[in-house]
Design a binder for this molecule. Sequence first.
Ligand code: ATP
Length: 147
Amino acid sequence: TTINLVNLCRKSISTFTGAYDRAITLINEQENVMIYANEEQIRQVVYILISNALKYSDDEIRVSVGQDGHQAILEIEDFGQGIRPDDQAKVFERFYRVDKARSRETGGTGLGLSIAKTIVEAHEGTISVSSTYGEGSIFTVKLPIEE
Ligand code: ATP
């Protein structure tokens, strides 16, 4: 179906802000960013990325939705622990967790990002991370625009 990624993110954020006492800000560059996608699956991707940002940071989280030519661009930014360069390539692998001991406390299986990657690639999109260790991370999802 055709979905508006801005609305989907807005709804997802309000679910989280209702449950957690954390600022999650939506910075949308436009009102409508239309994609042709499986809504349930894209909702899951957004859920995984915001859940991780909540788990691995303590401050505000910024979500931005925009469009660049034929691509929808979704960014989830946190100002938390960040990810070392060597680990950045591996976080999308199944069962990969950066800090096994510490992560055990926060729970999780190391599957979230590999599921997100599988879904995004099934939609002919890409997912990537840019991070500075100790400062925070930005996860970027690009998906084709519905035309
Ligand atoms: P779950 O399966 O519950 O999501 P998880 O968070 O361990 O568990 P992934 O979502 O696949 O699994 O993430 C893999 C690893 O990547 C995490 O264990 C964590 O070390 C690192 N990671 C993911 N998101 C972030 C983030 N926003 N900041 C810092 N590290 C992160």
